[in-house]
Write a protein that binds this ligand. Structure first.
Ligand SMILES: *[C@@H]1O[C@H](CO)[C@@H](O)[C@H](O)[C@H]1NC(C)=O
Ligand SMILES: *[C@@H]1O[C@H](CO)[C@@H](O)[C@H](O)[C@H]1NC(C)=O
Ligand SMILES: *[C@@H]1O[C@H](CO)[C@@H](O)[C@H](O)[C@H]1NC(C)=O
Length: 312
């Protein structure tokens, strides 16, 4: 009798949450990701560092650490819509299974507790890819050009020419410079319990403007240079770097190395400072979550012509 009653409670709870969690399940299925019913123990392992950069070794990591979502493609498929729906599913499942489902080992095996756990893992994963349930941050979309206006700003610091791209982009985006004092305070952007904490990049507009491929590819090189020449700049530099990554922007494998020999301060893999390298730098923008205007328009026109076809 008791068993029957609790079985009824469980199926009632699942029926209750099908409105909230159903849309998540559909998204998971259309993105070929394991459903909310998948055993939560299979998500339980430590998060795995995803290799988005394609680098053999990256001093600050090759990509986000996640339980299940492994690629930009999976994140782009699932997260933009899921990020605003996951909390409703979690809240519903959590209240349906009451507090014991999170503490009592037996209740943790119930179907509703499983949904709650798995939804939480997916929420963490989307956040690790830079998706937040707040329109101030929302998704790493691609509305701005990924190219900085210039690739050098030699008047900035002739000793670290490789930092010129970052510096030029900070100015272009109207963001605080690396030598700002005092250091900007840490603040948060609330996002339904999966909140963002940052100091220098506090909205998507700022992040999208700064965290372009030309900047991301020079982070390591610029850091090597200021480590040697001007390490007062390091603290704010590291904030920019980690906040770009927290918001979903990682370099690809075409990093620009710092050449520390005094006679040559230009990058080793680029042809030179005067060629703005539009073609090579924009060729793989789609992989970083930062794209330039053209593919966006191409995509839009495809969507538009597609929907036109559907209407006829
Ligand atoms: C990352 O991926 C690239 C390309 O697939 C590979 O060569 C590299 O070894 C990987 N790096 C790590 C740390 O696994
Ligand atoms: C989104 O973030 C802003 C701060 O950047 C905050 O004022 C606002 O309340 C947040 N919205 C929600 C729904 O949490
Ligand atoms: C976005 O953040 C930057 C600094 O991080 C700030 O200067 C700018 O005013 C913000 N823009 C909006 C629209 O909130």
């Amino acid at each position: 009798m008791l068993l029957l009653a609790s079985l009824c409670t469980i199926s009632l709870a699942r029926a209750q949450c099908s409105k909230e969690c159903g849309p998540i399940s559909s998204l998971l299925s259309s993105c070929s990701l394991p459903d909310l019913d998948a055993d939560w123990h299979s998500f339980e392992h430590l998060p795995i560092e995803r290799n988005l950069s394609g680098l053999e070794y990256a001093s600050f990591g090759n990509g986000p650490e996640t339980a299940q979502i492994a690629t930009y493609e999976e994140a782009r498929c699932f997260c933009p819509d899921a990020i605003n729906a996951l909390s409703d599913c979690e809240v519903c499942a959590r209240s349906a299974c009451d507090i014991s489902c999170l503490t009592d080992p037996e209740d943790m095996e119930s179907a509703i507790a499983n949904q709650y756990e798995v939804a939480g893992y997916y929420h963490d994963d989307c956040m690790a890819f830079g998706y937040y349930a707040n329109s101030t941050l929302s998704s790493p979309s691609t509305t701005l050009s990924s190219m900085p206006a210039t690739t050098t700003a030699p008047e900035y610091n002739s000793e670290c020419e490789i930092c010129g791209v970052l510096h030029g982009q900070l100015a272009e985006c109207d963001l605080v410079d690396l030598d700002i004092s005092p250091k900007p305070p840490r603040t948060s952007v609330p996002a339904e319990g999966y909140d963002y904490y940052g100091s220098v990049l506090l909205n998507r507009t700022a992040a999208e403007c700064l965290c372009t491929l030309p900047v991301l590819r020079r982070f390591d090189g610029c850091r090597s240079c200021i480590t040697q020449k001007n390490d007062d700049l390091m603290e704010v530099f590291d904030l920019y770097r980690s906040e770009c990554e927290t918001l979903g922007y990682w370099t690809d494998a075409q990093v620009v190395e710092y050449n520390s020999s005094p006679s040559s301060t230009t990058s080793s893999t680029q042809s030179g400072p005067s060629s703005t390298s539009q073609a090579p730098e924009s060729s793989s923008t789609g992989d970083s979550g930062a794209g330039n205007v053209r593919p966006t328009w191409l995509f839009l026109s495809l969507v538009l012509s597609g929907s036109a076809l559907v209407c006829v």
